[in-house]
Design a protein around this ligand. Structure first.
Ligand code: AMP
Ligand code: ZN
Length: 119
């Protein structure tokens, strides 16, 4: 989709600070980080939100989830087999949740204490 920001980042038309890339998944740093680690994990194929990807390709959704955990490991937010210090995965769907880019992305957040409930 040529009018999709994240598809354009996958295609290399817009620069991305990439931290992980596989055949089907890309992870890059958020341009407006909300925590010391704030990485977005996306399928390279366009799916508009979590429900759309879950319906279309469950294996790809699992790959995105595995990549989110791999990023957390890479960033030192957890250790192999451990859960310390920890991290949060968020995905927004729709305007009330604050979704601003209609290409599924998991926010991986960590590196500071994260309040609950979120805003
Ligand atoms: P959401 O509001 O949940 O749809 O998240 C979209 C995220 O994309 C926001 O956290 C933005 O800061 C981030 N973002 C927007 N443009 C870029 C960009 N060019 N590179 C990296 N992150 C971006
Ligand atoms: Zn897209």
């Amino acid at each position: 989709m040529s009018d999709c920001l994240f598809c354009r980042m996958v295609d290399g038309e817009i620069p991305a600070d990439v931290v992980l890339s596989t055949d089907r998944v890309l992870a890059f740093r958020d341009i407006n980080p909300q925590a010391p680690t704030h990485v977005l994990v996306i399928p390279k194929e366009h799916h508009r939100n979590l429900g759309a990807l879950a319906a279309a390709d469950g294996e790809l959704l699992a790959e995105v989830a595995r990549a989110a955990h791999a990023v957390a490991l890479q960033e030192g937010l957890v250790t192999d087999g451990g859960i310390e210090p920890g991290y949060r995965v968020v995905t927004n769907t729709g305007p009330q949740a604050g979704q601003s880019v209609d290409h599924l992305h998991l926010h991986v957040l960590g590196g500071r204490g994260l309040g609950w409930p979120p805003g």
